[in-house]
Design a binder for this molecule. Structure first.
Ligand code: FAD
Ligand code: NAP
Length: 346
């Protein structure tokens, strides 16, 4: 279905008022292939939008927005211990989590309540509470936006990294993911190492948790800390947690002894960007109608009718200040779109 001059307010969780010149919503892969083969293929002529929970529009979109709507979940293969589940790009991620919980499939319960659609999950290798998509990911099918051909990407071909994949680097904007395939376990396999998770299960009085308990604990923590996009527009963590050299971290620690870090390798550590922003005094800060969330400084919020440009200005001010404070360059995790849906660097 093609619609023209579409208001995008309900297509992005930031609640930014923007419009798309054209919105093409499709269910079947063949519909997309036909569209690609019979329309303008110049760079910037199309862009893919899922649930809009990780984008910031800074302008009206003078491009065609492709919106996958296939919401089918199927079990493709099954052994006594594992299943391969296929989900269409339009399946709401949390519906897939609930499907897994209902059927007793382990592996994505820590990723409960992450907004967005399945087609976008590989883009930044979604992660939370010590689990990342890549741990259960088998493969995906995508359509090449230049040729209209389908192509399979295996896990190594996706080049997954920390909140990263090939689709955010050298293949950015080149493919529309149509289906993802996840390998889930039928055997109990929990990852409760993330501090707050075990502590919450303890508070819930659960000694031997099942899938539902873990999901419930995750949902409980998330609801207590993160703004509900239905009430306060936001796109989750605006910045990535920076990964820095251990020796650099040690020099910072002399000045900020309580600066947290998590080991990434023998030479590198991850520093929570939320801590850096909070300690620099930004928590709760307001800039016009944009702001910094008062419970989690990593999240920028829409205080009502902000614009993408205003949020971007705020993000740039924070980035500059963090650099002045600590010498660390923050990078955006959110995809910041110009009028052609091309990513703008901070
Ligand atoms: P969109 O915002 O629509 O798109 C994001 C990017 O993916 C865009 O560049 C878009 O072009 C591209 N894209 C979308 N669909 C496709 C497709 N089918 N094919 C090719 N490219 C596509 N993320 C985490 O990792 N962990 C979290 O815990 C987490 N918590 C969040 C909490 C809140 C309150 C919010 C608002 C966001 C959170 N996020 C989190 C970020 C976001 O939910 C994820 O990145 C999610 O996967 C985005 O899905 P989406 O469908 O909304 O993608
Ligand atoms: P938190 O628990 O307050 O922790 C702050 C940061 O420290 C997190 O970013 C996390 O990194 C890191 N951290 C905490 N414990 C860790 C451990 N045991 N090992 C490694 N790193 C650890 O974070 P939060 O804001 O409440 O978020 C909770 C989880 O949900 C996090 O995993 C976070 O990534 C995820 N989340 C993501 C988004 C998003 O938009 N991307 C939004 C909300 C929440 P990691 O981020 O690497 O886990």
């Amino acid at each position: 279905m093609i619609m023209h001059h579409v208001q995008l307010d309900n297509y992005n969780t930031f609640g930014i008022k923007s419009r798309a010149r054209k919105l093409f919503t499709f269910d079947q892969t063949e519909e997309l292939q036909e569209y690609i083969r019979s329309n303008d293929k110049s760079p910037g002529s199309v862009v893919v939008l899922g649930g809009g929970s990780n984008v910031l529009f800074t302008d009206e979109l003078r491009t065609t927005v492709l919106h996958p709507a296939n919401r089918t979940i199927t079990v493709e293969e099954e052994t006594p211990t594992e299943v391969t589940v296929r989900a269409g790009a339009g399946v709401v991620w949390d519906e897939l989590v609930n499907f897994a919980l209902d059927h007793g499939y382990h592996g994505i319960e820590n990723l409960s309540m992450i907004p967005g659609h399945c087609g976008a999950a590989p883009i930044q290798n979604i992660g939370a509470y010590g689990t990342e998509l890549c741990e259960v990911f088998e493969k995906l099918q995508a359509v090449d936006l230049n040729t209209g051909n389908t192509v399979i990407f295996t896990s190594p071909e996706c080049e997954f990294g920390y909140r990263n994949s090939v689709f955010k680097t050298r293949a950015r904007g080149q493919y529309c993911i149509t289906d993802i395939y996840l390998k889930l376990s039928k055997l109990p396999r929990f990852n409760l190492e993330y501090g707050a998770l075990q502590a919450t299960l303890d508070e819930m009085g659960v000694a031997t948790p099942d899938l539902w308990d873990v999901s419930k604990a995750v949902r409980h923590i998330r609801s207590s800390k993160l703004p509900d996009p239905g009430k306060t527009g936001n796109a989750g963590s605006f910045f990535k947690n920076p990964v820095i050299e251990k020796t650099f971290y040690e020099s910072l620690q002399k000045r900020w002894p309580d600066m947290p870090c998590y080991k990434i390798s023998e030479t590198h550590v991850k520093v929570p960007a939320g801590w850096l922003i909070d300690k620099a005094g930004w928590k709760g800060f307001r800039y016009g109608k944009a702001g910094v969330h008062d419970k989690q400084a990593l999240v920028l919020i829409n205080l009502g009718d902000t614009t993408g440009k205003e949020v971007l200005e705020l993000a740039r001010k924070i980035r500059e200040d963090i650099y002045q404070h600590y010498g660390i360059e923050l990078q955006a995790e959110v995809n910041i779109w110009d009028r052609h849906g091309r990513h703008i660097e901070l």
